[in-house]
Design a protein around this ligand. Structure first.
Ligand code: GDP
Length: 365
């Protein structure tokens, strides 16, 4: 399963946020693929379309799709030199598919800041630098090897060497690999390096409880936003403390609490949606009387592989898929009406599944 790692300096609110994630808790039994590990939190992806589908189909149960956040605590200055639990934490970051970088934007004299004062940009720099330094080592080693091997005059190796040197240059300027705008071919060339700084990142600005209603008046948030904009990264503003309170509430209590805060949606829900997008994920649905359910695939996945997310037999024995686009079904009002209007399509093994497709797979067992 694809995961997002929560990173940040100590005392910025990571554990508080992670507690909110585990408290909001997805029903683990629904998601057998998920890892059982105290550092992994399973979240359900909020999706209004599920409710609309349920109204049309009237199923016995509705199951949202889910993915995982991993708490990667302990990243400190010097981690790339093995300080703190340095290398161990870098290894954990290597395993995630995207990074949610939490920065402290709240003032609180009772809570020590590791660098002495609240300064989110300097915090971002500190962490980025550790990751860049770790990647630098990886790239240096590879450059040395490739340089030797390229003496044979192999064109491919020479090309690779040039790319590695370009990446090294970025690192020397303190820039993460993700800022390099590499094309698909170049990405493939360095894929086995598993660089930390090539992973997509979003920033989580953690503000004080009193600021959740009007976060943009917080000057630190402004700084984070303009920094992130340069990288083309998203910013999600939350108050981790408030999120841990929201996560304990359900139904009407929750709605009431949110509206008192002037929020439409919890910060956690916004974070979940942003991370889902960052991972390049989309949702398709299955809709039967027993169950209406959302499933996660990477954008660009073809029908048989999408079917494989439900069960490997579906992929192996794939014949074809019956597909209705979400909007078509909603406009038609019922499955039968959609069929009568000819909105149900038969698609084969090369069909690229679209976000919101309602799929029914035909397969041989
Ligand atoms: P971590 O070291 O990054 O995991 O940080 P923690 O989640 O342990 O938070 C450090 C301290 O900051 C704790 O005392 C939290 O209660 C506090 N904290 C976290 N989020 C907020 C917040 O939104 N507002 C305030 N005032 N304190 C917070």
């Amino acid at each position: 399963a694809l995961t997002t790692g929560i990173v940040g300096l100590p005392n910025v609110g990571k554990s508080t946020l992670f507690n909110a994630i585990t408290r909001a808790g997805a029903e683990a039994a629904n998601y057998p693929f998920c890892t059982i590990d105290p550092n992994v939190g399973v979240v359900e992806v909020p999706d209004e379309r599920l409710d609309r589908l349920a109204e049309i189909v009237n199923p016995q149960r509705v199951v949202p799709t889910a993915f995982e956040f991993v708490d990667i605590a302990g990243l400190v200055k010097g981690a790339s030199r093995g300080e703190g639990l340095g290398n161990k934490f870098l290894a954990h970051i290597r395993e995630v598919n995207a990074i949610a970088h939490v920065v402290r934007c709240f003032e609180d004299s009772n809570i020590t800041h590791v660098a002495g004062k609240v300064d989110p940009l300097s915090d971002i720099e500190t962490i980025n630098l550790e990751l860049v330094l770790a990647d630098m080592e990886t790239v240096d080693r590879r450059i040395e090897r490739t340089r030797k091997a390229a003496k044979s005059g192999d064109k491919k190796l020479l090309e690779e060497l040039k790319l590695l040197e370009r990446i090294k240059e970025a690192f020397e300027a303190g820039k993460p690999a993700r800022t390099l705008d590499l094309n698909e071919e170049e990405r493939m060339m360095i894929r086995d390096l598993h660089l930390l700084t090539i992973k997509p990142v979003l920033y989580v600005a953690n503000v004080a409880e009193s600021e959740v209603g009007n976060p943009d008046e917080n000057p630190y948030v402004k700084q984070v936003r303009s920094f992130a904009a340069e990288e083309g990264a998203e910013v999600v503003v939350i108050s981790a403390k408030v999120e841990s309170e929201i996560a304990e509430l359900e139904g009407e209590d929750r709605e009431l609490f949110l509206s008192e805060l002037g929020l439409q949606e919890s910060g956690l829900d916004r974070l979940i949606k942003a991370a889902y997008k960052l991972l390049g994920l989309i949702t398709y649905f299955t809709a039967g009387e027993k169950e209406v359910r959302a499933w996660t695939i990477r954008r660009g996945t073809k029908a048989p592989q999408a079917a494989g997310v439900i069960h490997s037999d579906f992929e192996r024995g794939f014949i074809r898929a019956e597909v209705i686009a979400y909007d078509d079904l909603i406009n038609a009002g019922s499955m039968n009406a959609a069929k009568e209007k000819g909105l149900l399509r038969l698609e084969g093994k090369d069909y690229v599944v679209q976000d919101g497709d309602i799929m029914h797979f035909r397969f041989n067992v």
